[in-house]
Design a protein around this ligand. Structure first.
Ligand SMILES: Nc1ncnc2c1ncn2[C@@H]1O[C@H](COP(=O)(O)OP(=O)(O)OP(=O)(O)O)[C@@H](O)[C@H]1O
Ligand SMILES: [Ca+2]
Length: 799
């Protein structure tokens, strides 16, 4: 049996199984009862084809739209657009359909006619800086005119539909026919009610089976709907009434100003307002894998696409079912997950047992009929068949069908689905969201966990605790108001430092509606901004005094962020910050203790490198800040130069280890699961934290991403089994490691990450656990601690 299953079903892998494989093994199951029901919670392949067709047509539409608008641009002519009365009455100047046709059709000509992005914002009565005004009646009018950002879901099916579906079972139908014939023959030979007993018995059992099946299916479908709702709860950063706030994507309305960062999903159709290096991945909508650049010239942002790189502010124009994504979601809303390995195997077992059952049913029927025939032969009445004989034959047939009904364990694969759904629900209570059922199962069989550091092993609450400014090491923890820092550092250096912190940031300091100061951004950014405040800086003042000319947002491959600003008294200055060794390597001077720019000599380089090591060995994340004055003719399109910088300082950021991680890692090890740390941080920081968590042992290997990348296949074979820490890794290094572990070493790999720089690795892993720290990418949004993963993994694995 094992061989048979392997041969016919074994190919279906838990991840990315080919459509042919899925279809092939579904075909193999034709014989067994009611495949429709059996596959009810698994991927709906035909719906997938439909969705793919939509993607293809989207791609075609976009292509045509681009061509048309290009052609139209060459002879721009005015188009008259009349605003519908009800839209005018509500205080707007443009209707939803017109907006839809502009954005979805990438129609630059119409956009121009409406006064470009600013014109559209005005017509939507919103402000590009303060967002919409949320007084209740205005919101409700907006909703009335433009609709809400929800997708129409297929209406939930009623109980009777489930009853009807349960009746579609072939074996039950055969039994039904048996019951009917038995009733007719019985009543004709033995009369009412005696002759009807057998037939009614069969009818009663059919009804029992149908109602029990329908009830359980109905309840499960309700439960799945609940789970689905939970999966789609996502919030985004929006400016309304001049305040930045988090709101659910369902509450978004046209006119809302949304802030997007790397890893986010575009929540509704809209137009680009401002931003830098924005790369959008449209593959979910068009199937096109090459990301596209969205700028003021090509400002169209479509919902369902993802931010690959950069950050931006957008104004929402179209929501809900008016968007292409809405239409796609309506098609896909019924599709489930791919089958899990256990489901595939159990389906195999069920099918084999079914076939054996059928075989014996046929034999039983043949033997019984033969017995009857021989008896009749003995009696010499083989040529005359009475009604009684027919009744007997029918009974034999019913027995054979009963054998099939009883023998086929078609509920077996379904039982797995249900237990997985149950596990999913349980995890949800613990604030862990499982997006794919298979995850619950695979988690139990994980043999390796590749964990990132920030947020999984550590708390992700970052604070600057040490800094080395102008060559002086300063402890910031002891200083409540930063006065000791300010007294030790020269004024000019302090000024540059504050300028660097507040301008070269992906975060923001805002006042919320209660008048309280709120620091927004990734934990690293907020830690730095907090440090800036401690130094006595004023964010708003600083931002107003200089103008941002160019921003290169942080990304994990470059491990740095840079800006160019125009200084108050004219002149341009570039600031960069990032992984300290990398930034330091691009510096040729530094600010000395009196705040003067002096060239970096060997001694000072050593001093700075020692400082980095000192901070890193204390498990601090180190960042180097540097600046450079550049010539006035800097063209905005060229990348920010990356050499000849002046080092301003190095900061050490503390991110404490989560309580209980050490114990979890130990439990893991005793259960035979290897935990590896794969991080973008400095190797010494990574090693210090790995030691603290018990991940790095004396015989383990810690390696840096760039070194790992250069290794040959043979060397990798040797290193990987002992590899415990990989530091300064790029997203692709993480991916390579996971791929090797899965393919060469046949491990079942779980990867945890924050869903942005870890996305390729998460995708490659057997099970990807994305922590809800950054990004709202829909596929992976899972918040848990490693303790949680281990707890679930172990309980699922042992039970
Ligand atoms: N916003 C930022 N601006 C500039 N540099 C940063 C920023 N955030 C992080 N860095 C630097 O980049 C390094 C690596 O970041 P990266 O995103 O690759 O790793 P990570 O995801 O933070 O770490 P982990 O993989 O452990 O989660 C950090 O050690 C830090 O020095
Ligand atoms: Ca990370």
């Amino acid at each position: 049996m094992e061989d048979y299953i392997k041969e016919n079903y074994g190919e279906v892998k838990p991840k990315n199984s080919s459509e042919e494989a899925l279809q092939r093994w579904r075909k193999l199951c034709w014989l067994v009862k009611n495949p429709k029901r059996r596959f009810r919670f698994t991927a709906n392949l035909s719906k997938r084809f439909e969705a793919r067709a939509i993607q293809r047509s989207n791609q075609e539409k976009l292509r045509v739209a681009v061509l048309v608008s290009q052609a139209a641009l060459s002879f721009i002519q005015g188009v008259s657009y009349t605003v519908p009365e009800e839209v005018k009455d509500a205080g707007f100047q443009i209707c939803g359909d017109e907006l839809g046709s502009i954005v979805e059709g990438h129609n630059l000509r119409k956009l121009k006619v409406h006064g470009a992005v600013e014109g559209i914002a005005k017509k939507l009565s919103t402000s590009t800086t303060d967002g919409i005004c949320t007084s209740a009646d205005l919101l409700s009018r907006r909703k009335e005119i433009y609709g809400i950002n929800k997708f129409i879901e297929s209406p939930s099916r009623g109980f009777w539909i489930f009853v009807w579906e349960a009746l579609q079972d072939t074996t039950l139908m055969i039994l039904g026919v048996c019951a009917f014939v038995s009733l007719v023959v019985g009543i004709m030979t033995e009369g009412w009610p005696k002759g009807a007993h057998d037939g009614l018995g069969i009818v009663a059992s059919i009804l029992l089976v149908v109602f029990v099946t329908a009830t359980s299916d109905y309840r499960q479908s309700l439960q799945f709907k609940d789970l689905d709702k939970e999966k789609k709860k996502i919030t985004v950063q929006v400016t309304r009434n001049g305040y930045r706030q988090k709101i659910s994507i369902y509450d978004l309305l046209p006119g809302d100003i949304v802030h997007l960062a790397i890893g986010d999903q575009v929540p509704a159709d809209g137009l680009f307002l401002s931003g830098f290096s924005l790369l959008i991945d449209e593959s979910s909508l068009t199937g096109e894998s090459e990301p596209i650049n969205v700028t003021a010239e090509n400002p169209f942002l479509l919902s369902g696409t993802k931010v690959r790189d950069g950050s931006c502010k957008m104004v929402i124009t179209t929501v809900g079912m008016r968007t292409q994504w809405g239409k796609l979601m309506a098609t896909l809303s019924e599709g489930g997950d791919d089958e899990t390995p256990l489901q595939v195997k159990l389906n195999g077992v069920a099918t084999i047992i079914g076939k054996i059952g059928l075989f014996f049913a046929v034999i039983t029927f043949a033997v019984l009929v033969q017995g009857l025939y021989i008896r009749k032969l003995g009696e010499g009445s083989q040529w005359s068949w009475s009604m009684d004989d027919a009744q007997e034959m029918l009974e034999y047939f019913a027995i054979a069908v009963t054998i099939v009904v009883v023998a086929v364990p078609e509920g077996l694969p379904l039982a797995v689905t249900l237990s997985l759904a149950f596990a999913m629900k349980k995890m949800m209570n613990d604030k862990a969201l499982v997006r794919h059922l298979a995850a619950c199962e695979t988690m139990g069989s994980a043999t390796t966990i590749c964990s990132d550091k920030t947020g999984t092993l550590t708390t992700n609450h970052m604070t600057v605790v040490k800094a080395c400014i102008c060559g002086k090491i300063i402890e910031t923890e002891s200083s409540k108001d930063g006065s000791n820092i300010c007294s030790e550092v020269s004024n000019s250096a302090l000024k540059i430092l504050i300028q660097s912190i507040f301008n070269n940031t992906g975060g923001e300091i805002v006042k919320n509606e209660d008048g309280k100061i709120e620091i927004l951004g990734t934990p690293t950014e907020t830690a730095l901004l907090e440090f800036g405040l401690l130094l006595g800086g004023n964010f708003q003042e600083e931002r107003q005094s200089s103008r941002l000319v160019k921003v290169e947002p942080f990304n994990s491959t470059k491990k740095r962020m840079g800006v160019v600003i125009e200084l108050p008294g004219k002149g341009l200055r570039a600031h960069c910050k990032g992984a300290s060794e990398i930034i330091l390597a691009s510096c040729d001077s530094f600010l000395n203790s009196s705040g003067e720019v002096v060239p970096l000599d060997e001694a000072s380089i050593n001093h700075l490198n020692d400082t980095i090591d000192l901070f890193a060995n204390e498990a601090l994340r180190t960042l180097c800040l540097a600046y450079k004055d550049i010539s006035d003719e800097y063209p905005a399109e060229t990348p920010i130069p990356f050499e000849g910088y002046t080092c301003v300082g190095i900061v050490g950021i503390k991110d404490p280890v989560r309580p209980g991680v050490k114990e979890s890692v130990a439990i893991c090890r005793s259960a035979g699961i290897t935990v590896r740390m794969v991080t973008g941080d400095n190797i010494n920081t990574a090693k210090a934290i790995a030691r603290e968590c018990g991940i790095l042992t004396d015989d383990g290997i810690a390696i840096e991403g760039p070194v790992f990348r250069m290794k040959s296949e043979a060397e990798l074979q040797e290193i990987i089994p002992k590899l415990q820490v990989m530091a300064r890794s790029s997203p692709m290094d993480k991916h390579t490691l996971v791929k090797h572990l899965r393919t060469t070493f046949q491990e079942v790999v779980a990867v945890t990450g924050d869903g942005t720089n870890d996305a390729p690795a998460l995708h490659e892993a057997d099970i990807g656990l994305a922590m809800g720290i950054a990004g709202t990418e829909v596929i992976f949004s899972y918040c848990c601690s490693i303790n949680y993963l281990l707890k679930c993994g172990l309980t699922m694995g042992t039970c």
